[in-house]
Write a protein that binds this ligand. Structure first.
Ligand code: FEO
Length: 392
């Protein structure tokens, strides 16, 4: 039984085995956080993935008879949070489902059931006894249905995916796990789940300014409780939502016969000599979700590919698709690579970077078959340009 504040409990499920969340690598697993508020009208805030239902139900049963639950708040339709609603309703058939207007539509599409819905909008309040809950719609953070629930008396925000992290642990609070680990997990989460919706996140942050926050209880990972952690995650969200970056570079590439790799290594060494922090990923063994986290941090993104059948390598094609969806703004980009007899395939790389919203740093660095000394030498001027852009 984990009571996070008097009569408010964490009743979620820990997914220790999860290693891949639709393409997002989760090396420790994740959690689906549900919360139970025991008041005159006991209220469950979110549920868990369907296979976590028994775990959640047993946690609830250790606190109250689930039949007493009057409201199930669905802050977000996605099935990692709403996947157990149907099973839960078998334990509390009279409960109403509280959700946003788009939440109702989404839940009906998923479950094909006409449950008792209580649709709420921003500013609406729900008295559950001595406590009042208030709702904030958060469209596109990160689905049209997303909303946050605020427990006004306890000053606890339940913002669902926002401020979350895919991290499984026995602890429940960020400060208990090690803040570096949790903030890194939060950065990866933002980069892979929330990044396209910066404008919407800024609106949410503006709305949250009016609230006193004793705790932020997201639907994944650890709870933000320590005052400075709450301040820091809000500051980071503002930075990320504003598409700010750090003075660093990331190199992401794939290679056939080591020539593109040679260019990648050379660029890496030259950036290093200029004291520009640089991180390198080879897509043959790197994970897209880790690479994209570095893209979010970096002012300059360097993408390299060999050419195969007049096209960039499939791994880079896949990465570009991912990048175009996540659209990191305000970044400079350089394309590079080795080709055999035609450079036409690099168009895919250049167009992809532009479509992802990046500004290209001049022409790409393309070298036939095996780079020679003079071509490698030429990378120095490219890196000088990068240095100027990073310092500017
Ligand atoms: Fe954690 Fe959008 O679901």
């Amino acid at each position: 039984m984990i009571e996070i504040k008097k009569d408010t409990y964490w009743v979620g499920a820990i997914d220790w085995e999860l290693r891949n969340f639709h393409g997002y690598s989760t090396p420790t697993g994740s959690t689906y956080n549900a919360y139970l508020i025991v008041d005159e009208k006991p209220t469950l805030i979110d549920t868990v993935k369907d296979y976590g239902f028994e775990e959640m139900a047993s946690r609830i049963k250790a606190i109250i008879d689930p039949l007493k639950i009057q409201y199930i708040i669905s802050n977000h339709t996605e099935m990692d949070h709403s996947g157990s609603i149907e099973k839960m309703l078998q334990l509390c058939p009279n409960a109403e489902i509280v959700c946003s207007p788009n939440g109702e539509k989404g839940l009906k599409r998923h479950f094909k059931k006409d449950w008792k819905f209580k649709v709420v909008n921003t500013g609406d309040e729900l008295k559950i006894g001595s406590r009042t809950l208030k709702f904030f719609l958060m469209p596109m953070v990160h689905w049209p249905d997303s909303m946050a629930t605020y427990s006004t008396d306890d000053e606890i925000l339940f913002p669902n995916d926002a401020f979350g992290q895919h991290h499984a642990s026995a602890e429940r609070y960020a400060a208990e796990v090690g803040e570096d680990i949790v903030f890194e997990a939060a950065a990866k989460y933002y980069a892979n789940i929330v990044m396209p919706y910066g404008a919407q996140v800024l609106k949410v942050l503006e709305a949250l300014k009016t609230l006193k926050l004793e705790m932020i209880c997201p639907s994944h990972g650890l709870i933000w409780k320590k005052e400075e952690n709450i301040k820091q995650i809000l500051t980071l969200y503002k930075k990320w939502a504003s598409y700010e970056s750090d003075k660093r570079a990331v190199i992401i590439y794939d290679t056939m016969w080591h020539s593109t790799e040679k260019i990648a290594f050379e660029l890496s060494e030259l950036l290093d000599k200029e004291n520009i922090p640089v991180v390198r990923f080879n897509l043959q063994n790197a994970d897209y979700s880790d690479a994209i986290t570095e893209v979010m941090r970096s002012k300059v993104v360097l993408l390299g590919s060999a050419i195969l059948n007049n096209r960039i390598l499939p791994s880079m094609g896949g990465f570009l698709t991912y990048l175009k969806g996540l659209k990191p703004k305000n970044r400079f980009a350089l394309s590079f690579g080795s080709y055999g007899w035609s450079k036409v395939g690099f168009k895919d790389l250049e167009e992809g970077l532009k479509e992802a919203g990046m500004q290209l740093i001049g022409d790409g660095s393309y070298m036939q078959f095996v780079p020679d000394e003079s071509e490698i030498e030429g990378l120095k001027s490219t890196v000088s340009k990068i240095k100027e852009l990073i310092s500017g």
